[in-house]
Write a protein that binds this ligand. Structure first.
Ligand code: ATP
Length: 235
């Protein structure tokens, strides 16, 4: 579904990504793990066109997207939930969800998707008339994921959904990520510092170190890898 071929991304003169190549097959959950500053968010922002790569190629279903603007990339079916969530705090929960469906014209299916989201996160239904900014951190993460789902993405890019959340809430969010993948037929690219949880839900994983992919394998193999355990799982 998505292929990155030797992408190099820069902030001015600083090179953040070095020759990143990776593949995401349709229906998979793929995770990218790595320490602070490894380049995880930059990888997602390169895919979504916010910080486009200077060299290399990004192909979505075989079509080059690395020269497209972010809105065109969203319209193709790639949607990012940014780190720190960035919901609209003064809009209600329902209005935040409406914003996610901004580009859609299929009203009937949009209403069905809203019902699906309210089933997935009943708390959002209960709070639908409250400002998004009044929600707890975990609820705001649920809202950010839901707002992205309202765009009906084929590929969902999640940037550190566990950030700042209590372990119980994190587990709940990860259960839902799996459910969205299975039931809503959404391919997921998950960037995480919580390598343990990410590798448990993912099919395959990539390890990023200072802007370079150093390992990739089945998630279960990475979980059992001694170097990964020492560096990322605290074992
Ligand atoms: P974290 O887990 O802390 O969010 P990350 O793996 O997502 O880290 P990035 O945010 O992608 O890492 O950062 C990769 C590198 O690019 C880091 O060295 C960072 O300092 C640098 N960087 C990120 N944003 C900018 C920017 N706007 N200007 C200059 N350098 C940046």
């Amino acid at each position: 579904m998505l292929e990155l071929k030797n992408i190099c991304t820069y902030y001015g003169n600083i090179q953040a990504l070095h020759d990143i190549s990776l593949k995401i097959e349709e229906g998979d959950i793929i995770t990218l793990i790595g320490a602070n500053g490894a380049g995880k968010s930059t990888t997602l922002m390169s895919i979504s066109g916010i910080i486009p790569p200077r060299t290399g190629e990004i192909l979505f279903k075989g079509q080059p997207i690395h020269n497209l603007s972010p809105d065109k990339i969203v319209a193709l079916g790639i949607c990012q939930v940014p780190e720190g969530r960035h919901i609209f705090p003064d809009l209600t929960v329902a209005e935040n969800l409406d914003m996610g469906a901004f580009l859609r014209k299929d009203k009937e299916q949009t209403t069905k998707d809203l019902d699906y989201i309210y089933d997935l996160f009943p708390i959002l239904k209960d709070r639908r008339n409250q400002p998004g900014g009044n929600l707890s951190g975990g609820e705001q993460q649920m809202l950010a994921i839901s707002r992205a789902l309202m765009a009906k993405p084929q590929l969902l890019l999640l940037d550190e959904p566990s950030m700042g959340l209590a372990p119980l809430v994190t587990r709940q969010i990860f259960d839902i990520i799996k459910k969205i993948n299975r039931e809503h037929n959404t391919t997921i690219f998950l960037v995480e510092q919580n390598a343990n949880l990410a590798l448990k839900v993912a099919d395959r994983g990539y390890v990023l170190e200072t802007g370079r992919i150093t390992l990739h394998d089945k998630a279960s193999t990475l979980l059992a890898d001694e170097d990964v355990q020492k560096a990322y799982l605290g074992i």
